[in-house]
Design a protein around this ligand. Structure first.
Ligand code: UP5
Ligand code: MG
Length: 186
């Protein structure tokens, strides 16, 4: 699992992990965004979830877990699975463990607020993800502080998490990630 604030580099680093270790990359934000784009016009539940995500809030826990379960079940044989951007809070972590499994390792990409905002505003100019607008970015940052930071502490108490400095450039961060994975998983 890979956790971090919005713009900490979860997607970037998980792609690299998947490539190097031949893991399957499951981005939960991407999974929900795809589903919402396909279903928002025809389905009331998904039109509501589309509003939630575009505002930078969290989709309902059970929907998220159901989507992850369905996705994981469809994955053919893989060396491993790297889950990007999930869980976001302690409740989701407990539910995942209850219904799916305990993660082997959690990587936390620690980044300063300033750096997170800088990266997201830059991406907003280039790509325009629906939730890369100033209000949603602020909500995502608040949500991260209120819900994900306590989850990081929870994983620390269980000695399941490794915290890495993600303020540095992509290659430096990935170097630390691969050293960590080589040490802890292989
Ligand atoms: N970049 C990356 N690394 C860099 C580096 N080291 N130096 C310089 N630049 C770097 O990177 C962000 C940008 O920074 C990119 O332009 C990249 O090139 C550059 P990225 O790798 O995309 O960072 P990431 O952490 O993945 O940022 P993202 O915006 O995807 O994080 P979020 O946590 O906001 O997004 P996610 O897709 O995980 O979730 C989106 C929404 O989905 C949530 O807000 C919520 O509404 C919903 N959601 C749920 O409801 N439940 C869930 O369980 C999960 C998601
Ligand atoms: Mg991402």
């Amino acid at each position: 699992m890979c956790l971090g604030g919005p713009g900490s580099g979860k997607g970037t680093q998980c792609m690299k992990i998947a490539e190097r270790y031949k893991f399957h990359h499951v981005s939960v934000g991407e999974l929900l965004r795809k589903k919402m784009i396909h279903n928002a016009t025809s389905n009331r539940k998904w039109s509501l979830i589309a509003k939630i995500i575009t505002n930078g809030e969290l989709a309902p826990q059970e929907t998220t877990i159901t989507e992850i379960k369905q996705k994981i079940m469809k994955i053919p044989d893989a060396n491993g699975i790297v889950i990007d951007g999930f869980p976001r809070d302690i409740g989701q972590a407990l539910s995942f463990e209850d219904q799916i499994c305990t993660p082997d390792l959690v990587v936390f990409l620690a980044c300063t607020n300033h750096r997170l905002k800088e990266r997201l505003h830059k991406r907003a100019e280039q790509q325009g993800r629906p939730d890369d607008n100033p209000k949603a970015i602020d909500r995502r940052l608040t949500n991260f502080k209120q819900n994900t930071i306590p989850l990081v502490k929870y994983f620390q108490e269980r000695e399941l998490i490794v915290t890495l400095d993600a303020d540095r450039d992509e290659e430096e961060v990935f170097c630390d990630i691969s050293m960590t994975l080589d040490n802890k998983l292989f």
